[in-house]
Ligand binder design. Structure first.
Ligand code: HEC
Ligand code: HEC
Length: 322
């Protein structure tokens, strides 16, 4: 008993020491180490790239960075589970003091892949890392960030740096870390190869699997198909009113998934957030109207190849008359 007591006491002490260490250490720094080609990257700012980048930014960056007037000046992240604390996004307008106007294309590219800033400080996963997005698509986002779109016109509104709580600091010292910078060029699959293209659009371009797998902390962002409960849904999320909305099972299980859906119903749900019965899906399932019918049809073809998961999800019920 005495030995057990000792062991337990030491374990508690060790844990307390670790937590204190994480608290003072904070989020670890990482080496800013882009390949030479990235250091000198200059993304051409032609209109085709800017248009493609606007589409991708609408799907990703706007969701988190757009303030109430639509400008990308940052905003509070109210939809995060409370254990992560109160966090906010930052100003990514072209303002060189308060936004990212002074960043080089290479700095942005390396940051969007790894989360590592040029001074070595690292942004935890609340800022997603685009590890698998094709080079061309990620560069289009950068072309757009440099464009004269009014949503990113220089703006001096600014949030202070985030203060992370002990839970996030502990995760950042244990579980979290920057993904490796891709070693090989990442190319967009040929749309004629519908399944490969659909997987690209779903996993790498739109990140559908992050919300639609079973656990946010068990997604595999380098090999999405190895995520726990891949596309079987069941992750509790929050809508803008702070209500819990659980992600849907979108594997082809006929009872608990979308095995009985037609492609047209799927396109309506994904592009316009409309359910087959005509009612609307709740946020955070946003309408992905920037995806084309062809892209969404390819996602549907790909989902038909994903292993079916039987998972009856307790779905969100909008309370009537609110
Ligand atoms: C899920 C929400 C989310 C999405 C989506 C998102 N961001 Fe962020 N972003 C954040 C958060 C949170 C931070 C602050 C990170 C920190 O505290 O270090 C951030 C920080 C940044 C920064 C660093 C700014 C600075 O001054 O340090 C840049 C650049 C950035 N985001 C660009 C983008 C771009 C471009 C996109 C779209 C491709 C995007 N973000 C999508 C949440 C998001
Ligand atoms: C930010 C998280 C998030 C992302 C990203 C996301 N979804 Fe969803 N999705 C949800 C949630 C939550 C629901 C359930 C909404 C509800 O019950 O009203 C949902 C519902 C759905 C449904 C309806 C299924 C049904 O049975 O009613 C489909 C289809 C769907 N999503 C497909 C997709 C596809 C395809 C993508 C990528 C292009 C995607 N989602 C991206 C969170 C997300």
């Amino acid at each position: 008993m005495k030995i057990l007591g000792y062991l337990l006491g030491s374990a508690v002490l060790l844990l307390a020491a670790c937590l204190a260490y994480f608290h003072f250490k904070g989020i670890p720094d990482y080496q800013y180490d882009p390949p030479a080609a990235v250091l000198h990257l200059q993304v051409p700012r032609d209109s085709a790239r800017v248009a493609r980048g606007a589409k991708i930014a609408t799907m990703h960056c706007m969701e988190c960075h757009a303030g109430p007037d639509g400008k990308l000046v940052g905003k509070p992240m109210n939809d995060l589970p409370p254990m992560f604390g109160q966090l906010h996004t930052l100003n990514i307008t072209r303002d060189s003091m308060h936004g990212i106007g002074a960043w080089t294309d290479g700095e942005l590219y390396y940051f969007l892949r790894t989360g590592i800033h040029k001074d070595g400080h690292w942004s935890p996963p609340f800022m997603p890392k685009y590890s698998l997005m094709a080079d061309e698509d990620l560069q289009s986002v950068i072309a757009w960030l440099r464009s004269d779109d009014p949503r990113i016109a220089p703006d001096s509104r600014e949030y202070p740096p985030n203060e992370y709580n002990l839970f996030v600091k502990t995760l950042a010292n244990t579980l979290f870390g920057p993904p490796p910078f891709p070693e090989k060029p990442l190319v967009i699959p040929n749309p004629a190869d519908k399944i490969a293209f659909g997987k690209y659009v779903a996993d790498d371009l739109s990140n559908c699997y992050i919300c639609h797998s079973a656990d946010l902390l068990k997604v595999n962002s380098l090999e999405p198909e190895k995520s726990f409960g891949y596309y079987g849904g069941g992750t509790p999320m929050r809508n803008d009113a702070g209500e819990t909305v659980t992600s849907a099972n979108i594997t082809m299980d006929p009872e608990t998934g979308i095995g009985k859906w037609t492609e047209e119903q799927f396109i309506q749900a994904v592009r316009f957030a409309k359910k087959p019965d005509g009612s609307m899906l709740s946020r955070p399932m946003g309408p992905h109207s920037m995806l084309t019918d062809e892209e969404v049809s390819a996602i549907f073809a790909y989902l038909k190849t994903v292993p079916v998961i039987k998972n009856p999800v307790q779905r969100y019920q909008a309370s009537v008359g609110k």
